[in-house]
Design a protein around this ligand. Structure first.
Ligand SMILES: NC(=O)c1ccc[n+]([C@@H]2O[C@H](COP(=O)([O-])OP(=O)(O)OC[C@H]3O[C@@H](n4cnc5c(N)ncnc54)[C@H](OP(=O)(O)O)[C@@H]3O)[C@@H](O)[C@H]2O)c1
Length: 295
């Protein structure tokens, strides 16, 4: 029987509805969650991400302080803007869109963000808190994956999860969240990467597969145990002459074939993608609640 599709778009919409209710409630207490957005340069992909984030803020009744800076902005000017946002009580979360131009030290900029406003969850303070199981802003894409599992009734406790990819923004944090002693965790986790010997052997053991390699067809049907749950984080552009743009988006999983073996699977697009911005809004609302001593 073909796998049930886990629709990230629907789960994201449900979470956004919950956040909207929270925003209305916070407004009665005089707090409007605010996101400071910084984009340096005009990279088309980054510009469209930032526009989507600003649009979502508006849809949820949140405030966004949008700053689009020229590509030649100096590191000192960028750090000064981050500092201004750190001190601005109307701003509860700061988002610096990555990647930054080559002349700017990305790590220095991320370190300059007040950890209490680090809604991307990339500051080492928040990464460290997440690892030791303290309350922290969780990075958005991995947190989105955990919410998708929870909200589609996938039990992680005792499950063997194989994560393919070990980046700081997806693979490592999702593996860490899954081993935490809490709901949405308690899994046994294997993390694979390009030095893994016999990837297929490891993936075949998985009850849950999380593919975050950034390479189409990394996970094929012969690598999937019947009934496994497959979460595809990958977003890859492949040429497609039938499309006006000349390309289409695919994940890391051979979707059509794997859907015949798996019990549940996420599509690309419409799977993990819509969750990422939603979880950024979640963190910003959490930060606003903290200012009232609520979170
Ligand atoms: N949906 C979303 O919102 C969202 C958000 C973030 C990322 N993404 C997508 O998720 C994918 C991963 O992103 P990322 O930033 O984590 O990418 P990344 O920094 O390029 O990391 C990819 C990871 O996958 C591993 N890998 C690559 N090919 C592999 C293979 N054939 N076998 C085993 N491991 C392999 C790499 O191993 P090594 O460490 O050994 O090189 C690396 O750890 C990309 O397609 C990206 O576009 C989607």
């Amino acid at each position: 029987m073909p796998a049930q599709i886990i629709h990230g778009k629907e789960i994201a919409e449900a979470i956004r509805a919950e956040l909207k209710t929270e925003v209305v409630r916070l407004a009665t207490k005089g707090v409007v969650p605010g996101l400071g957005v910084i984009l340096v340069g005009a990279d088309p992909a980054s510009t469209s991400y930032v526009t989507a984030k600003e649009k979502t803020c508006a849809e949820l009744g949140m405030f966004s302080d949008d700053n689009r800076l020229p590509a030649e902005t100096s590191q000192a000017d960028l750090l000064a803007l981050v500092q201004r946002m750190n001190e601005d009580p109307k701003i509860h979360g700061i988002l610096v869109q990555l990647p930054l131009p080559k002349h700017i030290d990305e790590a220095a900029v991320l370190l300059a963000i007040d950890p209490d406003k680090d809604v991307d969850g990339f500051h080492p303070v928040n990464v460290g808190k997440m690892v030791v199981g303290e309350k922290a802003y969780l990075p958005c894409t991995p947190h989105g994956v955990i919410q998708m599992l929870l909200r589609s009734g996938v039990e992680t406790a005792g499950a063997h999860v194989v994560v393919v990819g070990r980046s700081n923004i997806v693979g490592k944090p999702v593996a860490n969240m899954l081993i935490q002693k809490q709901t949405g965790g308690n899994a046994t986790v294997t993390v694979c990467h390009t030095r893994t010997k016999d990837l297929a052997h490891h993936v075949r053991q998985a009850d849950i597969i999380i593919a975050a390699a950034g390479r189409p067809n990394t996970i094929t049907a012969d690598m999937v145990k019947p009934g496994a749950v497959v979460i595809d984080v990958g977003v890859n552009r492949i040429e497609d002459a039938s499309k006006k743009s000349g390309f289409r988006l695919v994940g890391d999983v051979d979707f059509d074939a794997v859907a015949q073996v798996a019990s549940k699977i996420t599509p690309v697009p419409g799977g993990v993608g819509p969750m990422t911005i939603t979880m950024l809004m979640w963190n910003t609302v959490e930060s606003a609640k903290r200012t009232l001593g609520e979170a």
